[in-house]
Design a protein around this ligand. Structure first.
Ligand code: ZN
Ligand code: ZN
Ligand code: FE
Length: 755
């Protein structure tokens, strides 16, 4: 048999994930000679052996790659034979910076779990067990290159046995930076609310399980931050958690020990089960089962639970008590970032947690649990954070290094480099100093990890957002981008499409260049620019943000817009003091105009007997959607469209009149919801068809937080699809404002080309 020698290069996430040792083992098993090394672009190798073996090796390189690796392109070419006697693992070959892609944090792997549960293993029940295939990454890295002294593990010197694993290319822990064991690694401690330490190491768990069983609230330090844990079957405990956290009704996430328990609690589709057990271990939103056995206070008035499986070894221990399911909610005060430091947690969670389960492995960057949901046939992101960030999103083209600093709510930041977009984890609402601090930290962290120096910073058109103000303070050139244009560009970029497209962008709030609040928009355009083709009518929002909290105010204002002073006699008006609000609207005092789709949902919910005051964002809209029971009306409420100032206006007033008539005729709320959703689907389809007729564009991009409404999304996709449109939607990024930073950045790149 003839021998050949091939030069092979592999790109993708292939560094810091055990790829070289994997190649080494693969080559040894086939008796191949040669070497493997890291290069600035990935991994390079030369292998020599019989042709059939080399071909087989090439297939295995992709198909058997270690779990954390993401193999991009593999190229191979024959080169002259050499006389190396063995296969070797070389350290970095090249000069220049090594573009290591830092992996996200990954759930404990099966091999580690087997050791964890094996009494004979030296890491039996050790909560910090990890290997090259699993464990913390993004949250412990302080700077590059990704080596132990550059992580929060730097204070722990490896013991002899750990060091031998670390140095052995054939070992699963070869170059596993967080490698450690009970003799040399981090340890648990239990601290009372007053900061007194009551237990350390092995004693901690028994005590914590007893306290959970007794209904106590335990703050647990995890991978990306602290959780607050309580027994999910204990109503009183869950109520107490809500009271102390100041979180009245917003659903709380629960952690179940295994898939069997998940199936008991929720009705799960196959894709949802796959997402639950995936190495990213996100929270999966899934339909509650009848007889789920958990406290009703976990997700009152909500037809889903947010479920997750244990991802840190410590969680495995926590779920072994008699409390088989735990509420595990991010430890913070409302809307603040998740706590990460021990002292900080004990201080900030004072009055919330009864005790603190701490450890001494530092968390460098906070990272909440990610949230995903099955919508329109695919698992999609609701909150992209731990497990996903900072995995890059692939772009169609390379271009300048540009930074997008995101919007105000659900802020993320995004850096573009070559053909990749690095989106940060979920940072939160940029309204408090804590969040602003994490915003700045995440920015500098991403820029440092991926060696990106932006030549342009793109921010929202709203001058007062903290992110806009930060951008203005930098010395780098800046560009302001309209919020909904950014939504459209993000959806195109994620789908690797150039456009132009008809962007149907439905959300709560975005600052318009005409200084009204936009949010029910049909834009035509791409990353180069846009035209506002159509929008919902702009109507007054009495009290601005105050109306967001009180849907009845919006309902009253919209009714006034539709009927003038002769308001129809609707039951919901009885409970409110309408005079002052009507006076505000009539005089135009503190009543900004808005074309928001979120507010339209609020108004319809309040008018039809739904929620008058909300306890968390979008509550009224979510409850209205649930009323429909998953079905659109056969016919929607009629909604007029008219031409004004070279734009198509969608008449909110005609829709409001139709809803008012339905309420007065005694139509059931469920039917009102179905007809309202169907009406929206019909009118936006009509507007898209008109856009196609005039501009000859056949692609529709859907974006904006309102599309987290699965009934609307699925209805819209079906209707547009049957009208022959190509329909684009988000998958890797949420459709809400978390995608804004990507949209800003790609718009910035286009603008940069023209400079
Ligand atoms: Zn492992
Ligand atoms: Zn050790
Ligand atoms: Fe938005």
């Amino acid at each position: 048999m003839p021998s050949e020698r091939w030069k092979i290069s592999v790109s993708g996430i292939v560094q810091g994930v055990g790829f070289r040792p994997f190649v080494y083992r693969l080559a040894l098993a086939r008796g191949l000679k040669g070497f493997v090394a890291n290069t600035p672009d990935g991994v390079a190798l030369e292998v020599q052996g019989q042709t059939a073996q080399l071909e087989d090796f090439l297939v295995a390189l992709r198909e058997e790659a270690p779990p954390l690796a993401q193999v991009g392109e593999i190229s191979s070419a024959p080169i002259p034979l050499c006389h190396d006697g063995e296969f070797t693992l070389r350290h970095s070959t090249a000069s220049g910076p090594v573009s290591t892609l830092i992996s996200p944090d990954v759930a404990v792997c099966e091999d580690c779990l087997a050791e964890f549960f094996s009494p004979a293993d030296r890491r039996f029940r050790y909560p910090f067990i990890n290997c090259t295939n699993c464990g913390p990454r993004y949250t412990i890295v302080e700077r590059i290159p990704y080596d132990r002294p550059h992580t929060t593990m730097r204070g722990f010197a490896m013991c002899g046995p750990c060091q031998r694993e670390y140095d052995d290319p054939a070992n699963r822990r070869f170059h596993a930076q967080p490698n450690c064991c009970p003799d040399c690694g981090p340890q648990l401690s239990l601290v009372e609310a007053d900061g007194q330490q009551v237990a350390v190491r092995e004693e901690v768990l028994g005590e914590v399980l007893r306290r959970l069983e007794a209904g106590e609230i335990v703050a647990v330090k995890g991978v990306g931050g602290f959780h607050l844990a309580v027994d999910a079957a204990n109503s009183q405990a869950v109520q107490r958690l809500r009271q102390r956290k100041g979180r009245e009704a917003k659903p709380l996430a629960v952690m179940v020990p295994d898939l069997a328990m998940a199936r008991k609690v929720c009705r799960l589709e196959a894709l949802e089960e796959q997402a639950l057990v995936s190495q990213e271990r996100p929270i999966v939103l899934a339909a509650k089962n009848v007889g789920h056995g958990l406290a009703d206070e976990i997700a009152p008035g909500y037809d889903q639970f947010g479920l997750m499986l244990p991802y840190a070894p410590l969680h495995q221990l926590l779920l072994q008590g008699s409390a088989r399911v735990l509420v595990m909610t991010s430890a913070n005060r409302s809307e603040e970032p998740i706590c990460i430091e021990n002292d900080e947690a004990v201080q900030r969670l004072n009055g919330i947690a009864d005790c603190f389960l701490l450890h001494d492995r530092g968390i460098h960057l906070p990272c909440d649990d990610s949230v995903v949901a099955l919508q329109a046939g695919m698992i999609r992101q609701v909150r992209r954070s731990r497990g996903f960030a900072p995995k890059p999103i692939g772009l169609a083209e390379a271009g300048a290094m540009v930074l997008g600093v995101g919007a105000e709510l659900k802020n993320t930041v995004c850096l573009l480099k070559e053909k990749q977009a690095f989106c940060s984890q979920h940072i939160g609402d940029l309204k408090n100093l804590e969040a602003y601090r994490v915003f700045q930290q995440s920015l500098s962290q991403l820029a440092a990890l991926f060696e990106i120096t932006p030549t342009l910073i793109v921010h929202d058109l709203h001058p007062q957002y903290l992110s806009s103000r930060w951008a203005q303070e930098q010395t780098v050139p800046t560009l302001a981008v309209q919020h909904h244009h950014a939504h459209l560009a993000a959806c195109l970029a994620e789908n690797r499409q150039d456009g132009p497209a008809i962007g149907i962008i439905l959300d709560g709030t975005g600052y318009g260049p005409d200084q009204t609040i936009w949010g029910g928009e049909v834009l035509l355009g791409d990353a180069c620019g846009y035209q506002r083709f159509s929008s919902l009518e702009a109507l007054p929002l009495p009290g601005g943000d105050a109306a967001v909290q009180a849907p009845w105010r919006t309902a009253l204002s919209y009714l006034h817009a539709a009927y003038g002073d002769n308001l129809p006699d609707l039951p919901f008006l009885m409970g409110h003091e309408c005079g002052p609000i009507l006076a505000m609207v009539e005089k135009g005092v503190n009543s900004p105009l808005t074309s928001s789709c979120g507010r339209l949902f609020d108004a319809v919910a309040a008018m039809s007997g739904g929620r008058q005051i909300i306890q968390y964002e979008a509550q009224a809209a979510i409850e209205l959607m649930q009323m429909a029971g998953g079905r659109l009306g056969k016919e929607g409420f009629p909604c007029e469209v008219y031409e004004e100032n070279a734009m198509l206006k969608i008449s909110v007033r005609s829709l409001i009149r139709a809803v008012a008539n339905a309420v007065q005729s005694g139509m059931a709320q469920s039917e009102i919801s179905r007809k309202f959703h169907a009406g929206l689907v019909a009118v936006f389809t009509r507007v898209a068809e008109e856009a196609r007729r005039r501009e000859n564009i056949n692609t529709v991009a859907l974006s904006g937080g309102v599309f987290q409404n699965r009934l609307l999304l699925e209805g819209m996709a079906a209707s547009l699809g049957s009208s022959g449109f190509q329909v684009l939607f988000h998958k890797e990024l949420p459709c809400n404002d978390a995608c804004i930073s990507l949209g800003q950045a790609v718009i910035g790149r286009e603008a940069f080309k023209k400079r």
